[in-house]
Design a protein around this ligand. Structure first.
Ligand code: DGL
Length: 270
């Protein structure tokens, strides 16, 4: 039994897709969420800058006594996970690995599409992890840099012409390649599941990174006998920019009123 909280971070609000899965799978756990909203997006930056930001995010979260951290950011998971695991002495789950394994197992025709940020695609990490599980799978990668700013601005609903035009263009190559499995390799993208599902059609399996990371964390806590035994878990939210926009969009997404529940911190101090 371990009632200490779980730390979760992302560059912005995309990591809430993982929080939503964690709340569902592990409802007794306390969660401390940090979204680096002042510096989002990370996905177009260099690996050195992403690692520097990720260390500051970890330093802030580790100012709490945590039992584990979920890196709810595909970009940090694909570029910085190994370095962070060496530097911090607590279990760290990245979103990329469990997602890649799930995609490798799900494909029937061996054609897997991968959409993610520029940094994640350039890292080659998803391909490597998919090939560890399924040597013969073909992976079709595509960076989708406009998705994150659109999601951060609440433009993720079916019927919004801007997101639909952008998604059509990004996903054209996936349709041409006839993938039967599509990895949503950035934690912002599950917010676009309806838009993406409408374009790709019902026969393409969408693999969401948040969900697979939540399952991996649950397994880890069970293995270590570290589940919480409290009646009900609480979630605290911290961001690095003003709270207003985050409260509104995150509240809509989590379907709960976050007014007054989000605190701003100065991430440069960490
Ligand atoms: N949600 C993030 C990811 O999974 C980050 C997007 C970004 O900051 O570019 O990659």
């Amino acid at each position: 039994m371990d009632n200490r909280p779980i730390g979760v971070f992302d560059s912005g609000l995309g990591g809430l897709t993982a929080v939503r899965e964690l709340m569902h799978l592990l409802p007794r756990e306390d969660i401390i969420y940090f979204g680096d909203t002042a510096r989002v997006p990370y996905g177009g930056r260099s690996p050195e800058t992403i690692l520097k930001f990720a260390r500051q995010d970890m330093n802030f979260l580790c100012s709490f006594d945590l039992k584990a951290v979920v890196i709810a950011c595909g970009t940090v998971s694909t570029t910085s996970l190994a370095a962070l695991r060496q530097e911090y002495h607590l279990p760290i789950i990245g979103v990329a690995e469990p997602t890649a394994v799930q995609a490798a197992r799900s494909t029937q025709n061996g054609k897997i599409g991968l959409i993610a940020t520029k940094a994640s695609i350039a890292s080659g990490a998803y391909e490597r992890m998919i090939h560890c599980e399924n040597k013969s799978a073909q992976v079709f990668g595509k960076a989708c840099p406009l998705f994150v700013p659109l999601v951060e601005n609440g433009r993720f609903h079916v019927g919004d012409p801007v997101i639909e035009i952008v998604a059509e263009e990004y996903l054209q190559s996936m349709k041409e390649a006839q993938v039967d499995t599509l990895v949503l390799g950035c934690t912002h993208y599950p917010l676009l599941s309806d838009v993406i599902g409408k374009i790709m059609g019902p026969d393409v399996a969408l693999i969401s990174s948040g969900r697979e990371a939540a399952v991996a964390l649950k397994n880890l806590l069970i293995e270590r006998n570290a589940l919480s035994d409290s009646n009900h878990g609480d979630t605290s939210y911290f961001v690095s920019d003003t709270v207003d926009g985050f409260e509104q969009t995150a509240g809509l997404f989590l379907r709960s009123d976050l007014k007054g529940m989000v605190q701003q911190i100065n991430i440069e101090k960490y």
